[in-house]
Write a protein that binds this ligand. Structure first.
Ligand code: AMP
Length: 222
């Protein structure tokens, strides 16, 4: 049993939350719950709500607190997440954290409160290169990076052999600038917020994927 089972990943866009969250979740035998993925799933349905969400995502703005708290809380309490979860991208503001704090005081969350907030620390100078170089195989969902994690054979997915790749619509220079501003203004205040609660641990996210995941392993203790 790991020392921590309910973990929030915090960090700027491009810090590796998705990559490290997936590795961590697999090693701990729990699911990574990505706020961005839940929203992108709604966008794909083409619903009116999906269209509103897409506008926010493509502008690099946050979607409404009510919506994201509802989606994430539902996922945290789903039977398949009974033994723990990794939350990637939620909470993303003090307002979300305060509402989530109240939600966690409800009886359904007894024994299921977040027990670690892991801040993946990466200086701004890394972020643009990391985000602009990333791409995904839409068939199996595997993420790659032109420089840091290329496919083994050029143009072929290592996992499923797919030959078509896609980039996220919001991984453009213009949107990244806006996402970074939102991170600094809305999300970074969560660092002192969770520090005061004694939940925050920092990990240096500038090394290779393996080096960072080793450091996280030591912290989480699995
Ligand atoms: P991500 O996949 O975490 O980079 O998130 C992509 C986009 O989804 C963000 O830029 C926001 O527009 C939206 N989003 C993700 N998480 C949240 C959240 N906790 N609150 C509000 N909007 C979010």
């Amino acid at each position: 049993m790991a020392r921590h089972n309910r973990i929030v990943l915090l960090g700027p866009p491009g810090s590796g939350k998705g990559t490290q969250g997936a590795i961590l979740a697999q090693n701990m035998g729990v699911h990574e719950i990505s706020a961005g993925d839940l929203l992108r799933t709604e966008v794909k349905t083409g619903s009116n709500l999906g269209k509103e969400i897409a506008e926010c995502i493509n502008a690099g703005h946050l979607v409404s607190t009510d919506l994201i708290v509802r989606l994430m809380t539902q996922a945290f309490l789903a039977p398949e997440n009974e033994n723990g979860f990794i939350s990637d991208g939620f909470p993303r503001s003090i307002e979300q954290a305060e509402i989530f704090e109240k939600v966690q005081q409800q009886t359904e969350f007894t024994g299921k409160k977040v027990d670690l907030v892991l801040l993946i620390d990466v200086p701004d100078s890394y972020i643009l290169e990391r985000i602009l170089g990333r791409f995904q195989c839409p068939s199996c969902g595997t993420f790659y990076h032109d420089k840091f994690k290329p496919t083994k054979v050029a143009g072929v997915c290592d996992i499923c052999g797919g030959k078509e790749f896609a980039k996220r619509a919001d991984d453009t220079e213009e949107t990244v600038v806006s996402r970074l501003r939102v991170y600094r203004e809305a999300t970074a205040p969560l660092i002192p917020y969770y520090e005061k609660q004694g939940l925050l641990v920092r990990v240096d996210g500038t090394g290779s994927i393996d080096a960072v995941s080793e450091k996280i392993k030591e912290i989480v203790g699995y």
